[in-house]
Design a protein around this ligand. Structure first.
Ligand SMILES: [Zn+2]
Length: 127
């Protein structure tokens, strides 16, 4: 699968995890409940998903229950694939502007159709 502009992910060290946990008072960013850092599994969540253009900075990170994150990931994956689809479609439109289906032919401003490699005029006409 080709990736359409996803922010590269930095490594998440133990100190960074702790810093992010502290910065949010140990509150899960998804369910807003306190995380018991000892008994509950938790992870660092990106407030704005990297795949949606979010930054991999501490500001964009918050702790979340492992279970909550798993739930959210499902939604994110759908949103990201939709964003990529829209982007790809956009690029597709730009590419499809040429009315000529043959890749080796191009249309000149005067309406003549020439072969890209030979420069030979192969025809005239609107479409
Ligand atoms: Zn939670």
């Amino acid at each position: 699968m080709t990736d359409v502009g996803t922010t590269p992910r930095k490594s998440m060290g133990r100190m960074r995890r702790l810093r992010i946990f502290e910065a949010h008072g140990g509150v899960c960013c998804l369910c807003r409940n306190k995380i018991d850092g000892v008994r509950e599994k938790w992870t660092v969540e990106h407030l704005r998903a990297l795949g949606l253009g979010g930054e991999d900075s501490d500001d964009n990170c918050a702790p979340a229950h492992e279970a909550c994150r798993r739930q959210k990931d499902k939604v994110d994956v759908a949103a990201i694939s939709k964003a990529k689809r829209v982007k790809a479609k956009h690029l597709g439109i730009a590419k499809a502007k040429s009315s000529l289906s043959h890749p080796k032919l191009k249309r000149c401003l005067d309406g003549s159709v020439v072969h890209r490699e030979t420069g030979e005029v192969v025809g005239y006409g609107k479409d």
